[in-house]
Design a protein around this ligand. Structure first.
Ligand SMILES: Cc1cc2nc3c(=O)[nH]c(=O)nc-3n(C[C@H](O)[C@H](O)[C@H](O)COP(=O)(O)OP(=O)(O)OC[C@H]3O[C@@H](n4cnc5c(N)ncnc54)[C@H](O)[C@@H]3O)c2cc1C
Length: 428
């Protein structure tokens, strides 16, 4: 199908947000895409719909799924072994990309917690990718090709003026058609889950715990003890943790990140080494990730405040718990990308998976945002939060540059939407 779909785009992945758009275009050539974009008064590209808010909405939406098909672009995925890069059509999902990378013996530095999401959507929102030494997934971007609202095709490469602003475009700059990412030789990863960590040990040894693997996630429901610590270690690096992680011990069976759920959808654990692409995500392709029926929020702040922030959230445990499925605490390395939540600071992230009750969750977020306010938290762009552009602008030192970039690349404001105006760009 090349033209507009008869039906409306429907809802986001979780079913918690219904897009207001009346049309979903599925262009199958670059020229068609350029025509759609240039002719639309209000337009956005839809990724894999995994955001929990209206960031992706517009009067007309575009799916790039037909654009990256082998027919439309015969050389869709191109690995350049000399340059150590891969380039591909921007509609691809991580799960699809890693299959092609596997054939070529190369890897990305990190992966999303679920392979189901589109690469362009994760990059546009600076999301996913954890580890004290690891930048988020957008930091792997070496080049971006995009169609502006004037229908012009532009290319930005690392080192170009504005490149650090273009990568995390929040969908506000244009339709990204092609991405180039850094790759490295494929590597193996071991994943172990530790149980029985106390909050006291977490706070006392926070820096050692989050640095005990290549990527470490702490899962808690803000009860008396921590539920689980997932430690993903590279097999080509020495193991930094034995069978005792500050009092926590390794699980002897596979676990789901939400305690009590069937672990089948989760990636293999128990310390068995395996390909990077089968261990860095928490969830396996082909299964429903996470809970399925849920909302999410996440706040990122300077890692130096991690323990104080844990204590602040712990004081809200009674309010949080009734609506919480699980909370993940992870870390992300600093980067230079203007609108990245990790811009200029090594970060700790507090990710809440909530029961799907928008009103109740927003009421709890009043308390959560109040408790974290003194740490200058940057909310995850793809999740539920309350603060607006005026609150958030001072937390991004390149905010004014980003607003200027959006106005230059999209002078007629076709890629602005209500959500972006309210939460990021400010009203014109
Ligand atoms: C079950 C689940 C688990 C999750 N876990 C995590 C997690 O562990 N860590 C984390 O950080 N996040 C997590 N998220 C959040 C989610 O993965 C991100 O919000 C997601 O990466 C957005 O990607 P998407 O493709 O779904 O984008 P969408 O929601 O479809 O769109 C997001 C934005 O990207 C823009 N966009 C998408 N493609 C293009 C393009 N080609 N050109 C221009 N703009 C584009 C859209 O216009 C929109 O502005 C999770 C979400 C779910 C549902």
């Amino acid at each position: 199908m090349t033209g507009p779909e008869a039906r409306s785009p429907g809802t986001n992945w979780a079913g918690t947000y219904r897009y207001r758009a009346e049309t979903l275009h599925r262009p199958s050539s670059l020229e068609q895409l350029q025509d759609v974009v240039a002719g639309a008064a209000s337009v956005h590209v839809l990724g894999s719909r995994h955001s929990f808010n209206a960031i992706a909405d517009a009067t007309e939406l575009i799916s790039l799924e037909a654009l990256h098909s082998e027919e439309a672009l015969p050389a869709g995925v191109v690995v350049d072994h000399d340059a150590r890069t891969v380039s591909f059509g921007a509609g691809l999902k991580y799960g699809e990309l890693v299959e092609r990378l596997g054939d070529e013996g190369v890897a990305l530095h990190n992966l999303a917690s679920l392979p189901h999401i589109s690469v362009a959507g994760a990059v546009a929102t600076a999301t996913h990718g954890s580890g004290v030494r690891n930048g988020n997934l957008a930091t792997a971007v070496a080049a971006v090709q995009l169609v502006t609202s004037g229908g012009e095709l532009l290319q930005f490469s690392r080192g170009d003026a504005d490149f650090d602003g273009v990568v995390v475009g929040l969908g506000a700059l244009g339709a990204v058609t092609r991405l180039t990412l850094d790759v490295e030789p494929a590597f193996e990863v071991r994943q172990r889950v530790f149980e029985g960590l106390s909050f006291e040990a977490l706070c006392e040894h926070f820096d050692e715990i989050v640095a005990s693997g290549y990527s470490v996630s702490v899962f808690t429901r803000w009860e008396d003890a921590i539920d689980q610590v997932w430690v993903k270690s590279r097999a080509d690096e020495p193991d930094l943790v034995d069978d005792d992680l500050f009092g926590a011990t390794p699980a002897t069976v596979d676990r789901h990140v939400i305690r009590g759920l069937d672990p089948t959808p989760c990636t293999p654990q128990l310390g068995r080494p395996g390909p990077w692409s089968d261990r860095l995500p928490h969830f396996r392709m082909g299964f429903t990730p996470s809970a399925g029926e849920e909302l999410q929020s996440e706040y990122l702040l300077a890692r130096t405040h991690a323990v104080e922030a844990i204590e602040a959230l712990r004081s809200l445990a009674e309010k949080i718990r009734p609506w919480l499925l699980v909370c993940e605490i992870r870390t992300v390395a600093a980067d230079r990308l203007w609108m990245s939540m990790n811009h200029g600071q090594d970060s700790v992230a507090f990710h809440f998976t909530w029961k799907p009750d928008q009103e109740a969750v927003e009421a709890v977020l009043e308390d959560v945002e109040g408790a974290l306010a003194r740490f200058g938290p940057r909310p995850h762009w793809g999740k539920v939060f309350l603060e607006g552009a005026a609150d958030l602008a001072p937390r991004y030192e390149r905010h004014a540059d980003f607003v200027g970039l959006a106005e230059r690349l999209d002078p007629r404001g076709a890629f602005r939407n209500e959500w972006l105006d309210a939460r990021v760009l400010g009203r014109r």
